[in-house]
Design a protein around this ligand. Structure first.
Ligand SMILES: [Zn+2]
Length: 404
């Protein structure tokens, strides 16, 4: 597990909420100090067992802190004492002082002390007050680029104040290791496109998400905007762009959610996607592919599938997109002539006739199988063919907030 965090501003808390936060922060700081003092009087112990035994109930009673805050205070104090001992034992640090808490130290918010709620793009933190059924709601300011990341927020968090504004620091649960493809893996090929927004083909499953209605809606947005552009209503053009973006995001969330759920229902399910990055530099992709590469909605859907798969613990395999739409998924014959038009596939060699997106998804799932076998046997071919999953993950990570 990696320890990336995201820092979000709390939207203008009311006077009552500010008072609550300030009070909790104060009591929390006193509790941490209490533990540090206790340790000092008891041989500067950093044993969490001893600290807990000596302080936990005192903290709960004396500072009126709910259990999860008390646990966080203990852990924080223990961390500080621990690093004190680390510094004492280090040869490089000469002068070491006994730890004490800064004035503005953050309030530790344990994993059980809060919950995140959201309604489309709006997020709020529900913080427990220690009284059953009583909560303080803190709406969060979540920039567009962090929206997808939010679903990964998990773990002990912090609240702190800087220059009169309050912030929440939330850890993200990102699995650093790619889930392994097991021997009895079941491969689900995913083809993303325009006519069919997504096609999923796997053992016993064929599912299409139609793109037609989406295309129509997109066109209507476009027509409206050109009309407004002609009238010089740039404000309306801008508003319409935002509206389309939010709509598309909702659609993508829905598709990726359904898709990942289907795969999650099959033990050993593996998602196979076409590799998007680094294609153009190596080979001239198909026209279809290049067009989609430039389409943010398409990339967003791809990203969401990866995120949600990761969250569900489903391995993702990337394959080379070359020939996936031209190749016959029955006999392997690949030629442009196999595609009489956009929607149909007819193999000129064996006569196999199917929907073209179904054919592509079938090819993708099969490629996933080969790529995984190659990766397992670690051949030279694998290194050139397998898009490096870790590299890909790294790419996603750089898109993450770095404010930790
Ligand atoms: Zn064929």
């Amino acid at each position: 597990m990696s320890t990336e965090c995201v820092v979000l501003k709390i939207v203008a808390p009311t006077k009552r909420k500010r008072r609550f936060l300030a009070m909790m922060q104060e009591q929390y700081a006193q509790a941490v100090q209490y533990v540090i003092d206790f340790s000092c009087q008891n041989g500067k112990t950093s044993s969490i067992v001893k600290l807990h035994a000596g302080c936990y109930y005192a903290i709960r009673e004396q500072f009126d802190l709910p259990s999860d805050y008390a646990r966080m205070a203990l852990r924080q104090a223990q961390g500080m004492i621990h690093s004190y001992w680390g510094a004492v034992k280090s040869k490089h640090i000469k002068k070491v002082s006994w730890p004490s808490l800064n004035d503005n130290a953050p309030l530790g918010l344990g994993i059980h002390a809060y919950r995140l709620f959201h309604n489309s793009d709006r997020w709020a933190l529900r913080v427990s007050t220690g009284k059953r059924g009583t909560y303080v709601w803190l709406p969060l300011c979540v920039p567009q680029k962090y929206q997808d990341t939010m679903s990964l927020a998990y773990g002990d968090a912090q609240l702190y104040e800087r220059d009169g504004k309050w912030y929440a620091k939330l850890p993200l649960r990102l699995s650093t290791d790619t889930p392994l493809v097991s021997d009895d893996a079941q491969f689900f090929g995913v083809d993303l496109g325009i006519a069919k927004a997504a096609t999923l083909v796997g053992p016993g499953v064929v599912k299409f998400w139609s793109g037609k209605a989406l295309q129509d809606r997109r066109r209507r947005f476009q027509t409206y905007r050109s009309r407004m552009q002609r009238k010089g209503r740039l404000d309306k053009v801008r508003a319409s762009k935002g509206k389309e973006r939010r709509w598309q995001r909702d659609v993508n969330h829905q598709i990726s959610h359904e898709l990942v759920n289907i795969v999650a229902g099959t033990p050993g399910g593996v998602i196979v996607l076409e590799k998007l990055d680094g294609i153009r530099s190596r080979t001239r992709g198909s026209k279809r592919f290049n067009r989609m590469m430039g389409n943010w909605a398409f990339r967003q859907l791809d990203d969401m599938i990866v995120y949600k798969a990761k969250r569900a613990g489903i391995p993702v395999v990337w394959v080379d997109p070359r020939n996936t739409s031209k190749m016959c998924s029955r006999c392997g014959h690949a030629t442009r002539a196999n595609r009489p038009d956009q929607a149909h596939f007819r193999c000129v060699s064996c006569g196999f006739q199917v929907n073209s997106d179904y054919n592509a998804a079938r090819n993708i799932s099969r490629k996933g199988l080969y790529v995984s076998c190659d990766a397992l046997s670690d051949t030279a071919r694998a290194s050139s063919e397998v898009p490096d999953a870790r590299l890909r993950q790294g790419h996603l990570m750089t898109a993450q907030p770095s404010t930790c």
